[in-house]
Design a protein around this ligand. Structure first.
Ligand code: UD1
Ligand code: MG
Length: 246
């Protein structure tokens, strides 16, 4: 148990753009909440423990997921970024020696098979971190995958921090990662909120681990639809259309 994969799902953020009283991750797509879809995809990989990070409207999210015996909750009282959110899971996973998937709760199109690929690539390479990437021309707002001339992964740069050249990059961070659990928590301790949003970016963990000499790879194992995070009612409708067509 303690070395089989676990998962962290981020669901603490506010969702102002949904213009709804319902917490974002509880909005329904094809009869199930967005976060239930993510939980189902995660379970396809054999994960037995899922830590859901709650914050905004935490009690409502917890109540809606109460019936899942494999889900535990960690509270992020203040939302200081995706890295800060993951820090909240440390207590729940302090004895875990295996891998951890880190995902967002508002991406209901994630497929279990893609998450399994992330875990497989991590295992095959003995990697501290695998960044799940996708290719898209619609890269606005997304983290860009920066590689060197030989194609070796270097870092993730957020849209707001990107240079003119980096803004052109079409390989993006889907927000899905596989980490070696204790390497992740060690890297999180080194995060500094020194960026345009003054947030603790989970994405910086990749570069931190690389600089420590660990193996970090960016693997194009997801399609862009899987990375579609829902922020608005229009996006919710679009995601439902895609799911109905599957
Ligand atoms: C994030 C990634 C970006 C990636 C994109 C994919 C970072 C810094 N950037 O950007 O590289 O391309 O996702 O969709 O990670 N959340 C919390 N607590 C917080 C902040 C966020 O729980 O303090 C949750 C949100 O509810 C959401 C998820 O984390 O489910 C992602 O956060 P969001 O603010 O949407 O990140 P992006 O800016 O989209
Ligand atoms: Mg987002």
């Amino acid at each position: 148990m303690s070395d089989s994969p676990v998962a962290i799902i981020l669901a603490a953020g506010k969702s102002t753009r949904m213009k709804s009283e319902t917490p974002k991750v509880l909005h329904q797509v094809c009869g199930q909440s967005m976060i239930d879809h993510v939980i189902n995809a995660v379970r396809e990989t054999g994960v037995q423990k899922i830590v859901v990070i709650v914050g905004h409207k935490a009690d409502e999210v917890k109540a809606a997921l109460d019936h899942h015996s494999d889900v535990v909750f960690a509270l992020q009282a203040e939302q200081k970024g995706t890295g800060h959110a993951v820090m909240m899971a440390e207590e729940a996973l302090k004895d875990h020696t295996g891998s951890v998937l880190v995902l967002a709760g508002d991406t209901p199109l994630l497929k279990g098979s893609s998450l399994q690929k992330l875990l497989d690539v991590q295992q095959e390479n003995g990697a501290a971190c695998i960044v799940g990437t996708a290719i898209t021309e619609n890269n606005h707002g997304l983290g860009r995958i920066v590689r060197d001339e030989a194609g070796k992964f270097l870092k993730i740069v957020e849209h707001k921090d990107a240079s003119e050249v980096e803004l052109q990059i079409q390989e993006i961070n889907t927000g899905c990662f596989a980490f070696q659990t204790q390497s992740l928590f060690a890297a999180l301790k080194k995060l500094r909120p020194e960026n345009q949003q003054a947030e603790y970016y989970l994405t910086d963990c990749a570069e931190i681990l690389l600089n420590e000499g660990k193996t970090v790879l960016a693997a194009n194992t997801l399609d862009i639809q899987e990375a579609m995070g829902v922020n608005t009612q229009d996006q919710l409708a679009e995601v439902e259309k895609v799911m109905l067509n599957r």
